[in-house]
Design a protein around this ligand. Structure first.
Ligand SMILES: *Cc1c(COP(=O)(O)O)cnc(C)c1O
Length: 466
């Protein structure tokens, strides 16, 4: 290193110097001292590198302190925080899937802040079961004999395979060997559950005789997997749940269906194609049905299994169940969500259902309300217009459905669209849209009414970057 370089490095302020400058600033209030120190070190490290590589004089202490506050403000105090979902994907796995209803939040908060009867039978003072708080609801809503809740649907499938088919064969149609996001693949789950996958049929067509021919002394389970995130169309054939149940019962082999989304309501009245609901699958005689708590059901993340009492009892006794169990917060939110279905208020109060069924005109009005809050110059600078488009349900549910929606189209060029996209993601709350055809599209179906002012403010701020 040259003498000049060494001299330049010595002129970079010390960690203590910068910290003294920063501690009393309002911008860093609430940021723990260790976080602040780490931020200072990161900025100084970058500056050292810059001085060496670019052979320039170091920035002064004030400039470096400003970089630290900029860095820390951008990171925020908390890493996990709300964002505005303007993607139009109602169940967006990367954005946290289902939003909880007000009642679910209320129950979750009151159970979290106080002791509860989580595992205490108040009548007898004996140890109770945490599942008792939702079992009755699930039984009544699905007409199944019994129910169990675990951490998510992937866990539910794993638990069922491990319990019913460890060391045995599980027969699955080749048309249903699905992969869903986040490494959940039927063949791999099967392996982990200690079961042997016996594929039958072909990708597009599987017949009842394919299952029948594959049944042997080692068969432990017939598994039907709902192709929730794609569709096989054209020259196709699949065996219905009812036919599979007849075969299974004739040969004394349990039948399970991984339903994926697991809707409790038929959304056909709102223009959606028919998806088998949980009560329908239970009524077809399937012995065990598993589904997610936070897809179309619109509750907290959970995996729900309903079905025959004797089989659910075996799942409950499996030591794996203890490892996959849900906590009280999940149970509180799930109980409240299920209560909304039972009291027939779900369509009005469960956000997922509300977002999915909101009429286009109402979404369009929200998009216009955002624009109306912008100054005319800002609107012009953004090149903002309300246009009609289509969104998706997401979360591996109803994959072919295109939701009619209203979007704000912004940016007069590809570069402007990218600049706006980046600026909106940096804000707080961050706004997540999508760039298509050289425009930034903000789909208002998934923008909550309460978020309209924040979205308008974010747009006004982002417009200054153009
Ligand atoms: C989503 C899905 C799963 C996994 O459910 P998680 O609750 O995300 O674990 C499993 N099977 C099917 C068919 C799915 O659609």
């Amino acid at each position: 290193m040259s003498a000049d370089a060494r001299a330049a490095l010595r002129r970079i302020p010390s960690v203590d110097q910068l910290l003294r400058r920063l501690v009393d600033r309002p911008e860093v209030r609430g940021i723990p001292r260790v976080r602040l120190t780490a931020g200072v070190r990161d900025v100084l490290e970058d500056e050292r590198r810059r001085v060496m590589e670019e052979r320039v004089a170091p920035a002064d202490a004030e400039t470096l302190a400003a970089r630290v506050t900029e860095l820390l403000t951008r990171q925020g105090v908390f890493s996990l925080r709300p964002v505005i979902n303007a993607t139009g994907v109602v169940l967006h796995t990367n954005l946290g899937r289902a939003l909880l209803s007000a009642l679910a939040l209320e129950r979750l908060a009151c159970v979290a802040a106080a002791y509860s009867n989580l595992e205490l039978d108040l009548a007898t003072k004996e140890r109770g079961s945490r599942y008792s708080h939702v079992e009755g609801l699930l039984r009544r809503l699905t007409s199944a004999e019994d129910a169990l809740v675990v951490n998510n649907n992937a866990a539910a499938v794993l638990l069922a395979l491990e319990t019913l088919a460890h060391g045995k064969e599980v027969i699955v149609s080749r048309g249903e060997l699905i992969e869903i996001g986040g490494e959940f693949r039927i063949p791999e789950i099967m392996l982990r559950g200690g079961a042997v996958l016996r594929e039958v049929g072909t990708t597009n067509r599987t017949h009842l005789r394919d299952y029948a021919d594959a049944i042997g002394p080692d068969t432990g389970l017939l598994l039907k997997v709902h192709t929730s995130n794609y569709r096989v169309v054209g020259f196709t054939a699949a065996v219905s749940s009812r036919e599979l149940v007849e075969l299974g019962h004739e040969r004394s082999i349990p039948v399970m269906e991984d339903l994926g989304s697991g809707s409790l309501t038929d959304l056909r009245a709102y223009g959606f194609p028919h998806e088998p609901t949980v009560p329908e699958v239970v009524a077809s005689g399937v012995d065990l049905v598993s589904f997610s708590g936070d897809k179309l059901l619109g509750g907290p993340q959970a995996g729900i299994v309903v079905g025959r009492r004797a089989l659910v009892a075996r799942l409950k006794k499996n030591p794996w169940n203890r490892a996959l169990r849900v906590d009280k917060l999940t149970l509180a939110a799930l109980e409240a969500t299920l209560h909304a279905y039972e009291s027939r208020t779900a369509l009005a109060t469960v956000p997922t259902l509300r977002l999915l069924t909101e009429p286009l005109a109402s979404v369009r009005r929200r998009a216009r309300r955002v624009l109306a809050r912008l100054r005319p110059e800002t609107r012009t600078r953004l090149g903002a217009r309300v246009v009609e488009s289509t969104g998706e349900v997401g979360g591996g549910a109803l994959p072919t459905v295109e939701l009619p929606t209203a979007v704000l189209a912004l940016g007069a060029s590809a570069a402007a669209a990218r600049t706006l996209d980046a600026a909106l993601r940096e804000g707080d709350p961050a706004v997540i849209g999508r760039v298509a055809d050289d425009r930034l599209l903000l789909d208002c179906r998934t923008v909550l009414p309460s978020e309209v002012p924040a979205l308008a403010a974010a747009l006004a701020a982002a417009a200054t970057r153009l």
